[in-house]
Design a protein around this ligand. Structure first.
Ligand code: GLU
Length: 548
């Protein structure tokens, strides 16, 4: 068969360069020894999830701790999956979590020498290499229809055989020259398949950078490399792109492990050096006592938008992922509590080989600890950012008063106190802790635990003596005095010795005041709450509770 003629008939493009030209166009990167080139290669579906962030963080850390490159390539070979604005949304999401690309699609960078970074714009490179494979007898056209392929699959399933296009099932593998040209003359659509040289009799042991030694069976499937629209499949584009973009380490989900034999064969027939691979384990959660994979359908926390909407502090999410990615990160953090997580020596060898457990309670702990390291200005900026995007109109109006909100932040977070309070876990719930400071949303249900007469006596006597200039000691002395006057123990010790002698203790008196002023039995320091509210509003609340 005249393979050269066949290749030119199937790939008639006249803009293809000799293959050496492509090698010259994308020369080796000039990087230090040991520098890793990693990439995030999403399809532009607009859905970027926690698993992507998890892998991307490993990519980014490995690239940036080795003085390497982390780039963004858009795998848009499947047009059906394309969503407008998806690329910007990937970049925005990753930036939000503090991950930045050095080069790639839509990245403004002087390093963009290995593009285009959209696969659809690289069609000629792929087609040049497909043409070469056809010329070398390593690829061929396949005219099988969808119905024919389905029938073969059904037959294979029925016989309990491996499904796919291989061996005796690879019908078009042995078409004669005449048959091929007849099909073409009839205008039949075709794909190009790899003429696999492999055999399932052979095993290959392969070193995965995360999972260690893995033994796989050699590929014998004549996989499609170029689809009928002239665009390559993921497999083929992966080999070409990671070769020409000089990726040294491909980090991707373990769901790709089953395709690895195909990739090993493609790199071999293309004559390309294989990059290293690291297959990350899937994120799991414990659901009703059973460990299972996080699922797009069942788990809103898989979507990255969830973390923005719920108001997680982005760095906390990243730090939490670091604890899952590298088992020694937590210990390092304990020893270096004020260091930036980027100073940690990230190591691919410390990545888990199987099921990474995602635990939202642990994330909450990390998040509140992280928020407890911020100043009032930083806390304000973070909460205000969330309010502007997701808050109610009332939240927006409240947070417009920066001075007032910062006073509340200092109190709620215990800034300047002996120990920081960790009441704010994330913005969505944290913002609600500010509500009782605003009359337009303060709508208490007074759950007093004492008789109305005693409650009224406490509230009115305290209202009569309240002075906003009192310091905490003077304020508390007044609470004690009121307690004594209305038959409550002024000292806890007195009360403990003889509880029957009193209606309650000074703590109960403080609770009555607290419920009247904040609507809740628990709150941060009440004296400060009253001072922030100011005398008029404090008295108005005491009176409103008396009248309720
Ligand atoms: N486009 C593939 C995906 O969406 C990328 C896999 C890889 O990183 O090679 O998952």
């Amino acid at each position: 068969m005249d393979l050269k003629k066949l290749a030119s008939t199937l790939i008639p493009d006249n803009d293809l360069l000799p293959l050496e030209e492509y090698e010259k166009m994308y020369p080796e990167r000039q990087l230090n020894k040991g520098a890793e080139v990693t990439r995030l290669a999403p399809s532009p579906t607009g859905f970027i999830h926690l698993g992507n962030l998890y892998s991307a963080l490993a990519d980014e850390r490995i690239a940036h701790t080795t003085d390497g490159i982390f780039y963004l390539r858009i795998e848009d070979t499947d047009l059906k999956r394309k969503v407008d604005g998806a690329v910007e949304s990937v970049i925005r999401s990753l930036n939000y979590f503090g991950l930045n690309f050095d080069e790639g699609a839509e990245i403004d960078s002087p390093l963009n020498n290995y593009g285009p970074y959209y696969q659809r714009q690289r069609a000629s490179i792929y087609r040049a290499y497909v043409k070469d494979l056809i010329e070398r007898g390593l690829a061929y056209p396949c005219f099988c229809t969808e119905d024919e392929l389905n029938a073969v699959r059904a037959e294979q399933t029925e016989r309990k055989e491996i499904t796919g296009y291989y061996g005796k099932y690879a019908k078009c593998r042995n078409l004669s020259e005449q048959e091929i040209y007849d099909n073409l003359a009839q205008g039949k659509p075709f794909v190009i398949r790899l003429k696999s040289q492999g055999s399932t009799e052979n095993k290959i042991t392969f070193k995965d950078r995360i999972k260690g030694d893995i033994t796989v069976t050699e590929n014998d499937q004549d996989v499609v490399i170029l689809k009928s629209d002239g665009i390559p499949t993921y497999h083929f584009a992966h080999a070409i792109d990671d070769h020409f973009m000089h990726t040294t380490l491909v980090i991707r989900g373990e769901e790709w492990l089953s395709s690895l034999p195909i990739h090993l064969e493609l790199f071999k027939v293309l004559g390309f050096k294989l990059p290293s691979y690291g297959h990350t384990c899937s994120l799991m959660k414990v659901d009703n006592g059973v460990k299972r994979k996080l699922s797009k359908r069942k788990d809103p926390e898989l979507s990255l938008d969830y973390y923005r909407q719920a108001g997680y502090y982005p760095k906390a999410v990243v730090k939490y992922l670091m604890t899952i990615l590298n088992s020694n990160f937590e210990e390092w953090e304990r020893k270096n509590p004020t260091a930036d997580y980027r100073d940690f020596k990230f190591s691919i060898d410390k990545m888990g080989k199987s099921g990474a457990l995602f635990d939202i309670d642990k994330l909450n702990d990390v998040s509140k600890a992280e928020l407890a390291t911020l100043s009032e200005d930083e806390t304000y900026a973070f909460l205000k950012g969330w309010v502007d995007e997701f808050g109610t109109e009332q939240d927006k109006a409240h947070f417009a008063d920066a001075d007032y909100i910062k006073k509340i932040i200092i109190l709620i977070c215990g800034i300047g106190g002996k120990k920081r309070r960790k009441d704010i876990v994330r913005a969505e719930t944290g913002v609600r802790l500010f509500d009782y400071f605003f009359d337009d949303v303060f709508n208490p249900e007074y759950a007093f635990r004492f008789e109305k007469g005693d409650v009224t006596a406490v509230l009115s006597k305290f209202a009569a003596v309240y002075d906003e200039n009192d310091d905490n000691n003077a304020w508390f002395a007044k609470v004690k005095a009121v307690a004594a006057e209305v038959g409550f123990a002024a000292e806890m010790s007195e009360y403990k010795q003889n509880p029957e002698a009193f209606k309650g203790s000074v703590a109960d008196v403080a609770e009555i005041l607290r419920i009247a002023v904040t609507g809740m039995p628990n709150s941060p320091d009440l004296c400060t709450v009253m001072r922030i509210l100011g005398k008029d509003r404090t008295l108005a609340r005491l009176n409103a509770a008396i009248q309720a």
